[in-house]
Design a protein around this ligand. Structure first.
Ligand SMILES: Nc1ncnc2c1ncn2[C@@H]1O[C@H](COP(=O)(O)OP(=O)(O)OP(=O)(O)O)[C@@H](O)[C@H]1O
Ligand SMILES: Nc1ncnc2c1ncn2[C@@H]1O[C@H](COP(=O)(O)OP(=O)(O)OP(=O)(O)O)[C@@H](O)[C@H]1O
Ligand SMILES: [Mg+2]
Ligand SMILES: [Mg+2]
Lengths: 257, 257
C-alpha cells in the first residue's frame, strides 16, 4: 500500500481539498483507496457528506490508549464511493495529543495500525491538520510521500522551507524515507501576482514541484458544500481535469505513488 | 486598553490579514496599538516585513517559564509604523505548550503580562494560530472581544459553531466576558456561491455579524508580500476602504473596542 500525507502547517492552502479529490480520482482510476482524516476539524469527512459529530467511532478510537475507547481501524471505515473508504474524525481526536504526551512510540501508532489490518488497499491518503504536532507526525511516520499544497502567498512559500526542515529531521531521526512533492494550488491565471508566485515556487523547488497546477475555481468549494468530490459535481470542469492530471502525474512519476 | 483576539481554528480564513490591517487602521486613526503575534508561524511579523527567525527576543521569551530565557513584553516590541508596535514570534513559540503542560494558571500568562507593563496602549490586537490550544486560550483569556474572520466556505461556517461553544465554556469557567464578532472575508461579489454563503452567515449569526465585509482582492496578499498593510500599498483600494469601514464599525459599535 502506498501512503501519501497531504501536509502543510500553513492554514487554508488546500490540504483537505487536495486529499479528498486526489483520493476520489485514484478510486475512479480503479485503485482501492483509504482516505484518513487526521484533522479534528473533520473536514475530509464533511467534504464527502459525513458529519463527524454523530459518529460512534472515529480516528480518536483508533489512536487513543484508553482501553475502553479503543477500536480497530477496519471497524470505523465508511464507504463513500466505489473503491473509496473514509476513516472519519471529529473534535475528540484533539484529545489524543495530551493523552499520549510522554508515552513511548506515540508517533508510530498510525503506522502500526496501517500495518495490521488494512493492507488490502492500494493507496492511503491522509489529510493533516494545520500544525506539525503529534497527529501530523503520526501521518508522516506512516507515509512514503508528503504532498504539500501551496497557495499563491508569501506565507505559504515560507511554510515549505520550515516543513522541509521538519521532514528532513524526521527522516534522519527515524531512518525513514519520505519523498516530498509540492503542488501549486489556487493559481489564478488572470493575475500577475499568481504568476510571480508560481515563478518563485519553480525557482526554489524545481526538483519537487509537480508539473500539474490546480487552478483557483469556486467549483472546488461547491463540491465541499454538496459533500462530493469535484469529479461527481462537475466532471468536465477545469477542476476535475487538474485533479485527473495530478493523479496521473503522481501515480506515474518515478513510481512515487 | 481594549484587547481583541483575531481567532478561528479554521486555517487560512484571514486571521493574520485582518489582525495586521485592523491594527494598522487603528494606528492611522491616532490610537496607540500593540499587535501581538501568537502564531509560531510568525506571519503577522512577516506581513509587516519582520522575519521572526533572526530576532533575539520574541513572544517565546515572554511566555516561557524557563528563567534563563525570560524577557518582559515591553522589551521585545518593534515599532512598525507610527503608533503601531509589534510583539513578534517565531517557531520557538511552539515549544511553550509542552513547557507549560500541567502548570497552574498557564492560560493566564499573557493576561498577566498585559496587566503589568504595557497598558499605555489604547488597543491590543492578537493574531492567533489555526488551532484552539494553549496559545489561543492565552489570547482569549486576555481579550474582551473575539473577532472571527470567516471565508466563504462550508468548512468555515462549521468552524464558527465549534468556536462559539469553546468561547462560551471559557467565559463560564473563568467568569470572564468575551464578546464575539464575526467578519465575512474573501467575499467575491461576482459569484453566486459567495452570495449564498453570505446569506447563510447572515441567517445564522445575525446578531454578531459585522456589517462590513472584506472583499476578495489580491491587493491584500500583495501587501503581505511587500511587508506593509494595505493602507500603505494601495490607500485608495477597496481593500483599504473595507478595513477603514471595519475599524470604524468595531470602534463605535456599542463601544466594543
Ligand atoms: N483550487 C482552489 N480553488 C478555489 N478554492 C479552493 C481551492 N482549493 C481549496 N479551495 C478552498 O479554499 C478553502 C481552503 O481549502 P481547504 O479547507 O481544503 O484547506 P486546508 O489546508 O485543508 O485548511 P486547514 O488548514 O483548515 O485544514 C476552502 O474553502 C476550499 O474550498
Ligand atoms: N480578503 C482577501 N482577499 C484576498 N486574499 C486574502 C484575503 N484575506 C486573506 N487573503 C489571503 O489568503 C491567504 C490566507 O490568509 P491569512 O494567512 O491571513 O489567513 P490565516 O487565517 O491567518 O491563516 P493561518 O490559519 O495559516 O494563520 C493569504 O495569502 C492572504 O493574503
Ligand atoms: Mg483541512
Ligand atoms: Mg495566520
Amino acid at each position: 500500500m502506498k501512503v501519501v500525507s497531504v501536509v502543510n502547517q500553513k492554514g487554508g492552502c488546500g490540504k483537505t481539498t487536495v486529499a479528498v479529490n486526489l483520493a476520489a480520482c485514484l478510486a475512479a482510476a480503479g485503485e482501492r483507496v483509504l482516505l484518513i482524516d487526521m484533522d479534528p476539524q473533520g473536514h475530509a469527512g464533511l467534504a464527502l457528506g459525513t458529519h463527524g459529530d454523530g459518529l460512534e467511532a472515529t480516528m480518536y478510537n483508533v489512536l487513543t490508549d484508553k482501553e475502553e475507547d479503543q477500536a480497530p481501524l477496519s471497524e470505523i471505515l465508511l464507504e463513500k464511493d466505489d473503491k473509496l473508504w473514509l476513516a472519519p474524525s471529529n473534535i475528540l481526536l484533539s484529545a489524543v495529543e495530551q493523552q499520549l504526551a510522554g508515552k513511548k512510540r506515540r508517533e508510530d501508532r498510525l503506522r502500526e495500525h496501517l500495518a495490521q489490518g488494512v493492507s488490502s488497499y492500494d493507496y492511503c491518503v491522509i489529510d493533516c491538520p494545520p500544525s506539525v504536532g503529534l497527529l501530523t507526525m503520526n501521518a508522516l511516520r506512516a507515509s512514503q510521500v508528503a504532498l504539500i499544497p501551496v497557495d499563491m502567498s508569501p506565507f505559504s512559500l515560507q511554510a515549505i522551507r520550515r516543513l522541509s526542515d521538519t521532514i528532513q529531521v524526521l527522516c534522519s531521526r527515524a531512518s525513514h524515507m519520505i519523498r516530498m512533492r509540492v503542488v501549486a494550488n489556487m493559481v489564478d491565471a488572470r493575475t500577475n501576482f499568481s504568476r510571480r508566485m508560481l515563478e518563485a515556487l519553480k525557482k526554489d523547488y524545481e526538483g519537487i514541484l509537480c508539473k500539474t497546477i490546480i487552478h483557483r475555481t469556486v467549483r472546488l468549494t461547491e463540491g465541499a458544500l454538496h459533500g462530493v468530490p469535484v469529479r461527481r459535481l462537475a466532471p468536465y470542469s477545469t477542476a476535475h481535469e487538474d485533479f485527473a492530471d495530478l493523479t496521473m502525474e503522481l501515480a506515474t512519476a518515478d513510481a512515487d505513488l
